[in-house]
Design a protein around this ligand. Structure first.
Ligand SMILES: *Cc1c(COP(=O)(O)O)cnc(C)c1O
Length: 367
């Protein structure tokens, strides 16, 4: 079976609603941060179930601003995962903190609470957990560690808009940080959001976002310009309306691939009981009994017009920047093993059933 053209690993779904929202903002003349951003914040916080949401210009900045507002600074250790996009730990570095890498679980690829516990020291101030690929980390176990050791929880929700842990949306357990980059479950082109139910933290985030300005030209603290525009917020409002539907399609697509990929030697993604996975990525792990190695498999799929990707090829501590910073001796064996074996297949809502069937057949044809 053949399908036309290349199937991309991600594709934003922009409809008439987004276009109409943007046109309305442009016609209004109020293009910078204003009422539309306020409306997006309100609707986003309602959706997540947090009291406040603060919109910023991207997800990296969301993490950066949240950490700063929470008081993470020079000399503070922050435990996080090495198996994520580099923004997660770079935000800790930007605040002068020291990322301490704990290993991951080999089923969800999220932080392993036992490994986290081993890394707690008197200098530990916070944990940044990532709900990787759209699957929540073990929120209860991580919250227990936070409680026992008086640590702050930050949730990197950049890949998990709408994911749930025990019936509650991620981003309401700690301070939530979201991204609306073009590849995420919903997009504003570039954009980010911080969610919290702590009024003081929300207010601090707002100050940091905009030059520490409490009222016109009255500056309380050192801040920057990290604002979102009304143009982006208009896109975000339209996307948020569609989020549940888009996530349902991702889940259906993942289920289709789970059902129809039958070849031996590939470990499929799991959804842990009590968690709702929103499949930002559909990630297979290539085991030793698969006929070909991971990198050869990636090349094969690409040659067949299937846009696959490796998320992520290296644990962060092996990145040149981190080796230079003295992380050369860090060892997280599961993260290393997993990063050498994973491959992500297209699962986004723009993939149709013919394409899904083609992907599964192509994968099954490997021998
Ligand atoms: C995308 C992403 C970020 C950064 O968001 P940007 O909007 O690209 O700055 C942070 N953490 C994770 C896990 C991400 O996937």
């Amino acid at each position: 079976m053949v399908t036309e053209g290349f199937i991309p690993i991600s594709k934003p779904l922009i409809g008439d609603e987004e276009i109409e929202g943007v046109v309305n903002v442009l016609k209004s003349g109020m293009v910078a941060q204003g009422e539309v951003v306020g409306k997006f914040e309100k609707e986003f916080s309602n959706y997540i179930g947090a009291d406040f949401a603060v919109a910023v210009c991207n997800g990296t900045v969301a993490l950066d601003v949240a950490l700063k507002a929470l008081g993470i600074g020079e000399g503070d250790e922050v435990i996080t995962t090495p198996f994520t996009f580099i923004a997660t730990s770079n935000a800790i570095l930007f605040q002068g903190g020291r990322p301490v890498f704990a290993d991951i679980e080999d089923r969800t690829y999220n932080l392993n609470p036992e490994s986290v516990l081993e890394k707690v020291s008197p200098k530990t101030k916070a944990i940044v957990g990532v709900h990787l690929f759209g699957h929540p980390f073990d929120v209860n176990a991580i919250l227990d560690i936070c409680e026992d050791h008086n640590l702050i929880l930050i949730e990197d929700c950049a890949q998990a808009h709408g994911a749930e842990f025990k019936g509650k949306k991620v981003g309401r357990f700690g301070t939530g940080c979201f991204s609306f980059y073009a590849t995420k479950n919903i997009t504003t082109g570039e954009g980010g959001m911080i969610t919290t139910s702590d009024n003081d933290i929300a207010e601090k985030c707002r100050l940091i976002r905009s030059h520490g300005e409490a009222s016109k030209y009255r500056h309380l603290i050192l801040g920057y310009n990290f604002r979102m525009t009304n143009i982006q917020a208009a896109i975000g409002l339209a996307q948020l309306e569609k989020l549940d539907k888009l996530n349902e399609i991702r889940r259906r697509n993942a289920e289709f691939l789970n059902r129809n990929i039958r070849v031996e030697g590939l470990t499929k993604p799991v959804e842990i009981r009590g968690s709702k996975h929103v499949y930002h990525q559909y990630v297979l792990r290539v085991e030793d009994d698969f006929p070909i190695k991971r990198d050869e498999f990636v090349g094969f799929l690409q040659s067949k017009g299937i846009g696959c990707a490796i998320h992520y090829p290296l644990p962060i501590y092996k990145q040149p920047l981190y080796v230079k910073l003295g992380y050369g001796d860090v060892k997280c064996p599961v993260s290393e093993e997993v990063s050498s074996r994973v491959v992500s297949l297209p699962v986004h809502p723009g993939v149709n059933e013919d394409q899904l069937r083609y992907i599964a057949e192509t994968v099954n044809s490997v021998s």
